[in-house]
Design a protein around this ligand. Sequence first.
Ligand code: TYD
Length: 212
Amino acid sequence: MEKGIFISFEGPDGAGKSSVMAAIAAWLRAELGDARVIETREPGGNRIAEQIRAVLFDDRNTNMDARTEALLFAAARRQHVVEDLQPALAAGKVILSDRYVDSSVAYQGAGRQLGIDRVWELNQYATAGCLPQLTVYLDLPVEEGLARIAAHRSDQVNRLDREQLAFHETVHAAYDELARRHPQRIVKVDARPPMPEVIDQVKALITARFFA
Ligand code: TYD
């Protein structure tokens, strides 16, 4: 029986996911003690998964096929589940993961047009049904997310072309669809307010769900 807590953080690029997760991790560490809280990310988490990550994000791999990409994300996830997540859950830890299955469904299933059901099924196989109890979906309008990225990386401001915008719109729509399909697990949090407010929202959500 799993006795730990597994929370994933999802959302389109620019939603502030990593910053929110870092703040939540610091808060939980202070509340529960350092040893109880594990911060991880996908693709990654261990040596094998990080090696797969390097293949996925290698700039030379511009010819990577969409199914290859989906399979590599799923393979990295499988290793993450077996090597890190399941043992941590069995040990009663609180796991915070920067992205998990919903990223594959949104980016590969919708964005790369492999089909959200198909990519969902692939990931059921990869994870053997290991799902977070809570997925914090930081929701931000696509234009705003891209604008935030542009503001932080001003050298890339002209690269946000129409095709990228359409891709991100598709990803965003898929996250909304996932939230509709899994209303118990996926909770949408408005990422537009200032960061401290967003963090407070997420703290309240986690407290109500697990520590009330
Ligand atoms: P990363 O460098 O981790 O940054 P961030 O999560 O802050 O965007 O990049 C992860 C990228 O990989 C991101 O663009 C989403 C993508 N991704 C997928 O396409 N599928 C997946 O299953 C995962 C985990 C990530």
